[in-house]
Design a protein around this ligand. Sequence first.
Ligand code: GTP
Ligand code: MG
Length: 186
Amino acid sequence: MNLSAVSSKQYPSEGYPEIALLGRSNVGKSSLINTLINRKSFARTSSTPGKTQTLNFYNIEDQLYLVDVPGYGFAKVSKKQREEFGVMIEEYLTTRDVLKGVVILVDGRHQPSEDDISMYQFVSYYHIPTLIVATKMDKVKGNQWNKTISQVKKAMQINQTDGLQLFSSDTKYGKEEVWDWIEKHM
Ligand code: GTP
Ligand code: MG
């Protein structure tokens, strides 16, 4: 079963490993979940940022939960709500023992934001294995892909034990590689 939570009492209790998706609002977290599981609207997506507002746990064949997390850096929610999101995400990331890794999505078209960099520093501090995924690569010309790679590597200072993968939910580029990483860490 899938479920949503705003606090630890509501997290699933089966003990399945969890992989969480982090990233700015509208970067494509929910779309990535749909791509991974070949469904169009399993996780709800929207062109309006701020669609995902709770921790959503998607049960993958009773073996794994993919956890869709509200995006950061979304200006239109109130300050109070942003603080509540922050507390909810921090509580999850710092206390969840079945959390095996996180995927941080960045927009492959742009420089990683300060929020992206802070988020990566935060999960690194807690030694959470991380895959950085640069998404929306269908919008980046082929001759610019190396630039995206060097831009993200330089801004994020990726640890040797973590990974970087280019991805597109439109073309499904990188899907197998993201699955391989998840399976290695669950
Ligand atoms: P929040 O729930 O607001 O945090 O957003 P999210 O990160 O879950 O983003 P979502 O998956 O809802 O996608 C936001 C918008 O980007 C939608 O209009 C998607 O169709 C679009 N999008 C997501 N991934 C891609 C991609 O790989 N390529 C392109 N071209 N568009 C994408
Ligand atoms: Mg979402």
